[in-house]
Design a protein around this ligand. Structure first.
Ligand code: TRP
Ligand code: SF4
Length: 404
């Protein structure tokens, strides 16, 4: 893992669905904005993944990419901190996908829950394709190509991170074995000094013989603390612990993105397919009209009927947008039938419009000049490619494909 520290790397992708909505903003994008300050982040547009389900009609992908990336930028994702790129502009994703396909048992892919789920959900499409079956493996390639330790995803994607871990383990197991691996690992162990070596060996034994997880973690920490051994030796020692070989592709962790607390206009999850969204850059009149039409607690038929905020989607919006004083005013007014629902909605309407104001302003220069977006993505792809190439070199070497 020459020079790369997976625990400081974050990678995530989004299919190019075009303009995003407030659900994306409060769920995913604000999280990305936060992460970009704490980690080395790679955020990319998964356009090849979009093809797995939308191969019939690929027109419009270009526009969808631009629109979505403008939303990222408008939300505060900063190309100076994070690397932003389009998957198909870094062809290394395809090479790693292909190489990994050689060692991936069909059954693993067939058993990923999204495989059958999506085929049922998108029954109008023929998804009995090779590409669709390989969806999670392409995602594994995306992640492993950058040796990212953390992958922020929603709950629906956790299974894909899980299969990525299994693929990485299998890869390391098959190709991480140098012919003289055990001797090299044993001599690396001796380089930790008498005390270190003795501790390492006893922790390793406890883990391998009795499955002692704590022993494993302590031994990993011990190896990480060594200042005087080479990176190659460190990888050997880490791999040797679990009985695998050298760790060429480190296993990532899912960083579960909390579901946005804000529902759609009808109280269900905000989603394009439910038609209940507010766009991230929607004009104020349209925001206002949509919110005024929003259903409220069904018990409040007349103004004189008291309501229960917990039974009202508008309340969820207050939870996201309002301060304590406003929320107290809502609770008091709603349960005593002291305020009307339109009156109750107004502070949220104002808050959403104020939030969008900023976002719309940040999007404006990119909308006027989409070439700015293009050059951010080109620069991002170049940076991504450098990192990808390093991994692929190690992968090719480990697989015996470095013939020149
Ligand atoms: N499958 C993801 C989704 O639909 C998108 C994606 C593709 C992704 N490759 C990825 C997410 C790698 C995280 C990491 O949301
Ligand atoms: Fe919902 Fe507010 Fe109406 Fe109560 S007063 S039902 S919280 S919109």
């Amino acid at each position: 893992m020459s020079g790369v520290d997976p625990s400081h790397r974050v990678l995530s992708g989004m299919r190019p669905t075009g303009r995003l909505h407030l659900g994306h903003y409060h769920g995913v994008l604000k999280n990305w904005v936060q992460l970009q300050h704490e980690y080395e982040c790679f955020f990319f547009v998964a356009d090849w993944h979009a093809l797995t389900t939308h191969y019939q009609d690929t027109r419009g992908i270009d526009q969808a990419i631009t629109d979505m990336v403008i939303d990222w930028l408008a939300a505060g994702v900063n190309p100076g901190s994070a690397t932003l790129f389009v998957q198909s502009q870094v062809v290394a994703h395809a090479e790693l996908h292909l190489l990994l396909s050689m060692i991936t048992p069909l059954g693993w892919l067939e058993r990923v829950p999204t495989y059958k789920d999506q085929q049922e959900k998108l029954a109008d499409k023929d998804l009995t394709t090779y590409g669709f079956l390989g969806y999670p493996l392409l995602q594994s390639a995306d992640i492993l190509l950058y040796r990212a330790g953390h992958v922020p995803v929603g709950a629906d994607q956790v299974a894909h991170v899980e299969i990525t871990r299994e693929i990485a383990r299998r890869f390391n197991h098959i190709y991480g074995r140098e012919p003289d691996f055990e001797e090299l690992a044993e001599s690396a162990c001796d380089k930790m000094g008498k005390k270190g070596a003795k501790l390492y060996r006893s922790l390793r034994k406890a883990y391998l013989e009795n499955g002692d997880q704590e022993g494993l973690q302590r031994a990993q920490a011990l190896v990480k603390d060594q200042q005087n051994i080479t990176l190659a030796d460190r990888e050997r020692l880490i791999g040797y612990l679990e009985g695998t070989g050298k760790v060429i592709l480190p296993e990532p962790q899912a960083l579960l993105t909390e579901a946005a607390k804000m529902p759609g206009l009808d109280g269900q999850k905000m989603s394009k397919s439910y038609g209940n969204t507010i766009g991230l850059r929607e004009d104020p009149d349209s925001v206002s009209t949509k919110m005024k039409r929003m259903p409220t607690d069904p018990a409040r038929v007349r103004l004189s009927d008291p309501g229960t905020p917990e039974k009202c989607p508008v309340w969820q919006f207050h939870e996201v947008y309002s301060d304590q004083a406003t929320k107290d005013w809502v609770r008091q007014g709603c349960t005593s039938a002291g305020i009307g629902c339109l009156e109750c909605k107004q502070p949220v309407i104002d808050a959403v419009i104020a939030e969008q104001d900023q976002i719309i302003a940040r999007a404006a220069p990119y909308e006027e000049n989409p070439d700015m977006v293009r050059s951010i993505l080109i620069e991002g792809a170049e940076k991504a490619e450098d990192d990808a190439r390093q991994t692929l070199n190690e992968v090719r070497q480990a697989m015996g494909l470095s013939y020149r």
